[in-house]
Design a protein. Structure first.
Length: 472
């Protein structure tokens, strides 16, 4: 089947999760010309993706509602929406809704509703079309992009945007040895898998970041009162978000560091000053975050990879803290002596009659312990496109339409997000947003960063369709 958009300008967005839906929303809200938008997304609802499809009320947005409005010019928009729509969606808004962290499924409903609103109120005869399929093939020319879906639908448009989200890595050999075992939860968001573990006396959790918080919050809500053993390679442990004031903007003093070592030295020095003054270190990420993009883009690949190897784990647990409501489950289990964590390397998992035996390497040596359940909370995010087995990703790379980023994270693009082909040519009409730009922008996966990207991307596309807009 060949789908022809309405006359006028047209955009295909491949991927209808948060990034893709937000890009469509911004295009619809900001266009002054007739615009036909097609989103290719196999899910029934646009705007949820992986992150906001979970229906577990214990899985919360990792931050206060006051910073996650879809409209930076109206930061109270989400808070008002929650107050008006929370109860109808099974969530009772607290008195201070702006400071609360709503369930991720409810946030997904917010995105869905706003996209529907934008489509219903669109100007200039614009339209939004949802093709429930997956992209299978893409080819581009200087003025046109053609996409064929896996069910044979052919679509053509002036512009195309890759909003593909995250891809899941394969299980490592240790975890693969117990794949399918009833006492192994490969996915910490699989309700049925967690339910099977609710009668365990002890659970091994592999990974100590935000996925771990989700798993513990879900297990505690199910009435689990056994013990948790949380392991990570370096022994870090995510903390709950506190209402700290931003620290002083110490990175604004002099030129930004150009090496990972220089950045670490500056941050350590500032943290010592905060500790001496009795201030909360959680003010540091708030101050550092606006500098992440220039820090990353001003560094060379050697320093970027050095950061990824040596400092990424520390940054992740520092910057990506959990919602206070979720973290209370973790703190309760820890205060009751039911949760311990530390550095350990998982060497093997073996099925046992009583559960799963884990062989761990710790500072004390090798140990083997049988657990009643194991939950894999490593996150499974695969950023290196050369290792992704998705057929569409393989086609994009093999055709030369895109090339891997030199860091191994995502694909190559200009700082603005225009994609670069294997010959080094910048596409005129093929862009990306979010996770595919990890090598270009690093912190390109959060709500706030993708919100900024979506607005800028919409404006760049619309400027091509409206010369007067570009001139202004």
């Amino acid at each position: 089947m060949h789908y022809d958009p309405k006359p006028g300008h047209s955009v295909i967005i491949i991927g209808g999760g948060f990034a893709g839906a937000l890009t469509a929303l911004k295009l619809l809200d900001r266009t002054t010309v007739g615009l036909s938008i097609t989103i290719i997304e196999p899910r029934a609802e646009l705007g949820r993706g992986v992150a906001y499809s979970t229906a577990d009320p214990a899985h919360l947005v990792n931050g206060p509602a006051e910073i996650f409005s879809l409209y930076p010019e109206d930061m109270g928009h989400l808070s008002r929406w929650l107050a008006e729509n929370g109860a109808a969606n099974g969530w009772q808004a607290p008195a201070d809704v702006a400071a609360s962290s709503p369930p991720r499924h409810l946030y997904g409903t917010y995105v869905c509703d706003e996209l529907k609103r934008a489509a219903a109120q669109t100007r200039s005869g614009s339209s939004l079309h949802h093709v429930r399929s997956s992209a299978g093939h893409l080819s581009s020319s200087p003025h046109r992009v053609r996409v064929t879906t896996t069910d044979g639908t052919i679509l053509e448009a002036d512009e195309a945007v890759l909003a593909l989200g995250v891809f899941q890595s394969d299980l490592r050999p240790a975890e693969a040895a117990v794949a399918g075992h009833p006492r192994f939860a490969e996915n910490p968001w699989n309700a049925a898998a967690l339910e099977r573990l609710s009668d365990s006396s002890d659970i091994l959790i592999i990974g100590a970041s935000l996925s771990m918080v989700d798993a513990i919050a879900s297990m505690e809500a199910r009435g689990f009162r056994g013990r948790y053993r949380v392991i990570s390679r370096r022994g870090q442990f995510v903390e709950g978000r506190r209402n700290a004031e931003p620290a002083r903007d110490f990175l604004a003093e002099g030129p930004l560091p150009s090496t990972a070592r220089g950045l670490l030295a500056r941050v350590k020095a500032e943290r010592r000053k905060l500790a001496a003054a009795g201030a909360d270190w959680q003010g540091l990420p708030l101050t550092i975050r606006p500098h992440i993009l220039p820090l990353w883009q001003n560094a060379n690949d050697r320093e970027r990879l050095r950061f990824a190897r040596h400092l990424r784990a520390f940054w992740d647990v520092t910057a990506h803290r959990s919602a206070p409501e979720s973290h209370r489950s973790v703190e309760a289990a820890r205060s009751q002596g039911r949760l311990v964590h530390g550095a350990a390397r998982l060497l093997a998992l073996k099925p046992k009659e009583a559960g799963i035996a884990a062989t761990l390497k710790t500072a004390a040596g090798l140990e083997e312990t049988v657990f009643g359940g194991v939950i894999d909370c490593r996150g499974h995010q695969l950023h290196d496109w050369r290792e992704i087995v998705d057929p569409f990703v393989r086609q994009l790379l093999s055709s030369g339409e895109v090339r891997p980023h030199s860091t191994g994270f995502g694909i190559d693009a200009t700082p603005e997000g225009d994609l670069i082909d294997e010959e080094g040519r910048v596409h005129r009409n093929l862009s990306a947003i979010g996770h595919p730009l990890r090598g270009v922008a690093w912190e390109s996966s959060s709500i706030t960063e993708q919100r900024t990207q979506a607005i800028a991307l919409a404006d760049r596309i619309l400027a091509k369709f409206t010369p007067a807009r570009a001139a202004s």
